[in-house]
Write a protein that binds this ligand. Structure first.
Ligand code: 5AD
Ligand code: SF4
Length: 441
């Protein structure tokens, strides 16, 4: 039986797809990359904003329409499964056979098997307090980066966010199991590991916190780069900053979601920090790690956000000068605290105005910061042939996670090169390899 999987949304979903592939292959399914040949099509979905859902629903109809196999089994995995549950299962116009939430992937082979033999629609959206998929070795597809989910779920209940409902409560893997998996990754030839969690720095297992985990992973022989995403500003104590500053293998990039720059809105969002707390944290991080690259997530048009309050977000962006930012319009999600307590009252045009203002500001800051790298020499880990413009180029990332485009020579994916930065746009750096024999290793 041939299975085709598409992944939407965050890195955790990419990782979950690798777990699902592993569980399916163990049960004799063959995973293929074209839907036309498939007996089973799975969509690993995201529910964080409304437009993610729309895309998936359109795709389900598209797959059914295009399928060569009239009996194609279609399954919805991930956050939409837990978010919509009966709404998906009871919608008879939706051509799906089963849904499975993020904690149900061990049951995938069984669910598919039942769908193949019986006609009824199935669902398993049970959320677990303990499932970490410990012991399931993901089938990794990326050449240079290996993901490890070190914790799953979220206990924060930020008022706009559906994740605590779709992925359940926080649970962490043991330090030993993360270290063992990092060793396996090194043996398999991966130079980089990215530790994942919805709220990665609230990792806690027995007496170990996230700083301890990072330290243990840094001590694994042969790992070259360690990244993590996404942390919450509330869990950034001094020891974590010190571990990052002290360990050269931990990349000096922090994706630190701001969400809003106004303290009243932050309180309504239940983020547990104020504008001033956030700015103080950034100052502290920069005083210990001067070259740190900072990126962020921002939501504009949260209910009741005034123009004046939005200016606080602009002010934080001006003060912090993030290297990059993902900026979203507030999207009301059923069941969240914000949906229960507030009306989505910021008009669409105002949300658009605010997102345009911030994107323009951020673009000019990113350009300025990227241009400041011109003339510097960066260690670049080659990731792939360039997806930009020309097949004469390759692309990789520097320590700060910035994309660097280089002319293609005789480098291989997975090589470290020293590159002199020669040009920059708001989104990428361009460089030349200083000396192709001169690698960092
Ligand atoms: N509306 C808009 N953006 C959201 N995010 C999460 N929930 C919502 C929502 N309801 C954004 C946050 C988060 C990122 C992954 O998605 O900025 O950090
Ligand atoms: Fe959502 Fe907040 Fe949890 Fe992040 S920390 S997943 S934004 S509830």
């Amino acid at each position: 039986m041939k299975v085709y999987i598409e992944t939407y949304g965050c890195q955790m979903n990419e990782y979950d797809t690798e777990l699902a592939v592993s569980l399916l292959e163990m049960h004799g399914y063959e995973v293929i990359s074209v839907p036309e040949e498939a007996d089973i099509a799975l969509l690993n979905t995201c529910s964080v904003r409304e437009n993610a859902n729309r895309k998936v629903l359109a795709r389900v109809h598209d797959l059914r329409h295009k399928a060569n196999n009239g009996d194609l089994v279609i399954g919805i995995l991930g956050c939409m499964a837990t978010d919509y549950q009966e709404k998906l299962i009871d919608n008879i116009r939706l051509p799906i056979n089963f849904i499975a939430g993020p904690d149900s992937y061990r049951r995938l082979p069984e669910l598919i098997d039942q769908c193949l033999h019986f006609q009824n629609r199935l669902m398993d959206v049970t959320l677990s307090k303990t499932e970490t998929y410990d012991g399931v070795v993901p089938v990794r597809t990326s050449g240079v980066n290996a993901w490890i989910a070190v914790m799953r779920g979220c206990n924060n209940f930020c008022s706009f966010c559906v994740v605590p409902y779709t992925r359940g409560r926080e649970r962490s893997r043991s330090v030993q199991s993360v270290v063992d998996e990092t060793r396996r990754i090194v043996r398999d030839g991966y130079p980089q590991v990215t530790l994942l969690g919805q709220n990665v720095n609230s990792y806690r297992h027995e007496d170990h916190d996230f700083a301890g985990l990072l330290e243990a992973v840094s001590a694994v022989d042969g790992i070259e780069r360690i990244r993590f995403t996404s942390p919450h500003p509330k869990d950034f104590p001094d020891p974590l900053i010190r571990v990052m500053a002290d360990h050269p293998k931990i990349c000096k990039h922090i994706h630190l979601p701001l969400q809003a720059g106004n303290s009243r809105i932050l309180e309504l969002m239940r983020r547990t920090y104020t504008k001033e707390d956030y700015l103080r944290l950034v100052d502290k991080i920069r005083s210990h790690i001067p070259d740190v690259v900072l990126s962020t997530d921002i939501i504009v048009g949260f209910p009741t956000e005034t123009d004046q309050e939005f200016k606080d977000t602009v002010d934080v962006v001006n003060k912090v000068r993030f290297d990059s930012a993902f900026i979203f319009k507030y999207s009301e999600r059923d069941g969240t605290l914000a949906q229960k307590h507030f009306t989505d009252d910021v008009p669409e045009e105002v949300k658009t105005e605010r997102i345009v203002t911030l994107n323009e500001l951020q673009k000019s800051i990113s350009l300025h910061k990227n241009r400041a790298h011109i003339g510097q020499v960066h260690d670049v880990l080659i990731e792939a042939d360039s997806t930009k413009k020309s097949d004469k180029d390759i692309q990789g990332r520097n320590d700060g996670n910035k994309l660097v485009i280089l002319p293609k020579k005789h480098h291989n994916i997975g090589d470290f090169v020293r590159a002199k930065i020669t040009d920059a746009s708001a989104h990428v750096l361009r460089g030349v390899v200083k000396n192709s024999d001169e690698t960092r290793l």
